[in-house]
Ligand binder design. Structure first.
Ligand SMILES: Nc1ncnc2c1ncn2[C@@H]1O[C@H](COP(=O)(O)OP(=O)(O)OP(=O)(O)O)[C@@H](O)[C@H]1O
Ligand SMILES: [Mg+2]
Length: 352
């Protein structure tokens, strides 16, 4: 996606949907860091837009006309990743039949995006630290030192400080990368953006599928807004695409959503600000404080039961209603899950 050079409104970034304060912070940070040469660490759950931000930083920067090179550090073994990043010389290992430049060299004058940086091994972390500090390295099996001028953007779907504490990630590398951290908020932490994203993807997929623009029924929008979205924007995008493909009518109704959304809708059709467990528990405690006289022996059971129902409904939603998967994720056996689904009246919204 090419950006215009005057795309400098700090309140927005071309290609990004969302006006929540949390996203505005992200846009402002992105514009600010794009103008610098600092290393950037992007942290956020899966599907929150880390790669999209990495590309935006590159395109908004002075290096925008240079190469953008993405390397998924989680997809390759240590030795393959080492050769991918730094290149190798002929004969340096079995199969190295010719000299080969690595991705750092390919990213010269541009940006290298190290995705899933948390997956790198200690040996590679040492080499990465040197590139970040000295801007130099050697190809595998070579003695000649190569200088590179590239900006490093790294992404992690885990809090890297936890990995530092567990000693699986080098502290010095962490601080080198973390010059400017940008946190991509999960969708459930910025629910006001959900209707905007839903309408955006509805429009996009109607256009892509050459069909008339669809509208959405308010109950469907409500269910989408309440969903937990463990897969964040990517998950939402997929749900809307599926609805557009499956729909015979011009209105997206609740019936069209995956089964788990319907169960979830009833699961949260109770007083509460939303589907989050913490706000649900808070609401229930407030209700208990307001209405129950001291010594209400049922309060604990009532609250736990509602939280349990919410947890199960959300996990089922995340697993597309597949019981076996939800039970495994919850760490309970399938029969226990079935019993609880019956108890909570959630049994109709699932698949075996
Ligand atoms: N704010 C947003 N507005 C519009 N589309 C978005 C937004 N955030 C993410 N997307 C879209 O959601 C999808 C996932 O985004 P992206 O690949 O950048 O996520 P990610 O954080 O890198 O995920 P992962 O950790 O799984 O690699 C992409 O199709 C992207 O275009
Ligand atoms: Mg990604």
């Amino acid at each position: 996606m090419l950006r215009k050079p005057n795309d400098d409104n700090p309140q927005s970034i071309a290609g990004f949907i969302g006006t929540s304060p949390a996203m505005q912070d992200v846009y402002a940070m992105t514009h600010r860091v794009a103008a610098s040469t600092a290393s950037v660490l992007l942290v956020g759950e899966t599907g929150t837009g880390k790669e999209l931000i990495a590309r935006a930083i590159h395109e908004l920067s002075q290096r925008g006309s240079g190469p953008f090179v993405r390397v998924n550090c989680g997809a390759l073994s240590e030795s393959l990743l080492e050769s991918e990043l730094f290149g190798h010389v002929r004969g340096s290992f079995t199969g190295a039949v010719a000299n080969r430049a690595g991705r750092f060299e390919a990213a010269h004058t541009g940006t290298i995006f190290l995705d899933e940086i948390n997956s790198t091994t200690p040996k590679l972390q040492v080499k990465l630290l040197r590139v970040l500090q000295e801007r130099e390295f050697e190809r595998v099996g070579d003695t000649e030192t190569i200088q590179v001028d590239t900006r490093v953007i790294a992404a992690s779907n885990r809090e890297l400080l936890d990995e530092v504490a567990k000693e699986t990630f080098r502290e010095d590398l962490y601080y080198r990368l973390n010059v400017v951290p940008i946190y991509l908020p999960p969708l459930r932490g910025r629910r006001t953006d959900i209707p905007l994203l839903v309408n955006h993807f509805l429009e996009t997929y109607c256009r892509d599928n050459a069909r008339d623009k669809m509208t959405i029924h308010s109950s469907a929008m409500e269910a989408l807004t309440r969903h937990h979205w463990p897969g964040n924007v990517r998950e939402l995008q997929n749900v809307i695409e599926r609805c557009v493909i499956m729909s015979d009518s011009d209105e997206l109704t609740l019936k069209l959503l995956p089964p788990a959304f319907r169960g979830e809708q009833s699961a949260v059709a109770m007083p509460g600000r939303g589907g989050d467990l913490d706000s649900l528990a808070r609401d229930l405690v407030e209700q208990g404080m307001a209405s129950a006289p001291d010594g209400d022996v049922n309060l604990f059971d009532r609250v736990v039961s509602r939280v349990e129902r919410e947890l199960i409904a959300q996990m089922l939603a995340a697993c597309d209603g597949v019981q076996l998967k939800a039970a495994a994720k919850l760490g309970i056996n399938r029969n226990t899950l079935r019993k609880k689904l019956l108890e909570h009246g959630l049994d109709e919204s699932t698949e075996e």
